[in-house]
Design a protein around this ligand. Structure first.
Ligand code: MG
Length: 379
């Protein structure tokens, strides 16, 4: 059985787009590249009703009392949170302190909706203040900034103390604000920063942060230095003394980035070589279970990812016998083999053109000879 990195049962459309290279483990339009996993989409929220999360989301609050079990008081984790579920919403009780999830997560797509108190009280940072803290380490500010100015890097949708939002798309207090966050933690190699980490934030469908570097996480009054984050941490929500409500909280873990060895479009040379070797091995395993032309083509295909004398020799042996068979046929019966001849010739030409086979590969000249003789190159 072929390993998972080769798409099972799909017809090989190899020998087509630009081949794998030193930093791209897959060809352009590579049929061996894994299919994106199916996710059944959710539905969008309305003011009246929260939407449904997509099928692979991990739900942190769905409006039920049972959701409370997923949250604990930040300062005293052994105790249940004093925040309450009210009318299907998760509500901050002033003085109860921050809450955090029992579950810990790293890079994620986070969906969360909040509503500031309909009764307007206070101003600036005192009105409808809460906060969303991915990994508990950096705050996406929650604030009622509907007709309520404050310092820009403390606005709703700011990375608090780091970067103001690009816009203020808030609905009126008492209504729901729909927030989608893409969080990437900082990556370090020892003391060396590889990636500062970032936050991308949409509020009510409006982009307010795009790949904003975390600068260590920021905070109140103090500028922070870039620093490594752990692999995972809890999501925290802030008690800032205002009874802000939340609903429809879910997240999806994100795949690894290239710097973490993820299967991305462009990879390091070492990671690319390892991935190509893995794909080649899968193709050869798959080839071993095939016969005839299909087997030869699969072996040839494997050469695009990693050279292998045995695979080349096995394909070459079948090609030589196939060529001898075609040459032995009467001219009028050769026509029936035209499709196969053209197909394997295309493969050999591709591999020679991209230097995966030498120009002297025996089958190349023989196939060209048959095609020229029959005039198949002229149609
Ligand atoms: Mg806050």
């Amino acid at each position: 059985m072929a390993a998972a990195c080769v798409a099972a049962g799909r017809a090989a459309a190899a020998f087509y787009g630009d081949p794998p290279d030193a930093t791209h483990p897959w060809a352009i339009h590579d049929e061996n590249r894994p299919q994106p996993p199916r996710v059944v989409p959710g539905t969008f929220s309305t003011q009246e009703q929260p939407g449904q999360p997509p099928s692979d989301a991990i739900v942190l609050f769905d409006g039920t009392e049972a959701s409370l079990a997923k949250w604990i008081a930040d300062k005293s984790p052994e105790e249940p949170t004093k925040w309450v579920v009210k009318d299907g919403t998760f509500q901050c009780v002033p003085g109860a302190g921050y809450v955090r999830t029992k579950e810990e997560m790293g890079d994620m797509q986070l969906h969360i909706e909040w509503s500031a108190p309909a009764k307007v009280e206070g101003s600036s940072q005192g009105r409808g203040n809460s906060g969303i803290f991915p990994m508990g380490l950096v705050e996406v500010q929650v604030l009622d900034n509907y007709e309520n100015p404050t310092y820009a890097d403390g606005f709703a949708g700011s990375v608090y103390g780091v970067n103001p939002p690009m816009a203020n798309p808030l609905n009126a207090p008492g209504t729901w604000q729909v927030c989608d966050i893409i969080f990437r933690r900082p990556l370090f190699d020892g003391d060396k920063e590889i990636d500062p980490g970032s936050l991308t934030v949409f509020i009510n469908g409006v982009l307010v942060q795009q790949d904003t570097p975390l600068e260590g996480g920021g905070g109140h009054r103090g500028r922070t230095k870039p620093r490594p984050f752990p692999e995972k941490g809890p999501l925290k929500l802030q008690d800032h003394g205002n009874p802000v409500r939340y609903r429809n909280i879910w997240y999806r873990p994100l795949p690894k980035r290239a710097a973490e060895g993820g299967d991305t479009s462009v990879m390091s040379e070492a990671a690319t070589a390892a991935k190509k070797a893995e794909i080649a091995a899968s193709l050869r395993e798959d080839a071993a279970g095939k016969a005839g032309k299909d087997q030869a083509l699969r072996y040839l295909e494997s050469l695009c990812y990693a050279p292998d004398d045995t695979a080349a020799a096995k394909a070459g042996a079948w090609l030589n016998s196939f060529i001898a068979e075609v040459q032995g046929l009467a001219a009028d019966r050769q026509e029936a083999k035209k499709g196969d001849v053209m197909q394997v010739n295309n493969a050999v030409q591709y591999l020679v053109r991209h230097k995966f086979l030498p120009d002297t590969f025996a089958a190349k000249a023989a196939l060209e000879g048959i095609i020229k003789e029959r005039g198949w190159d002229k149609k």
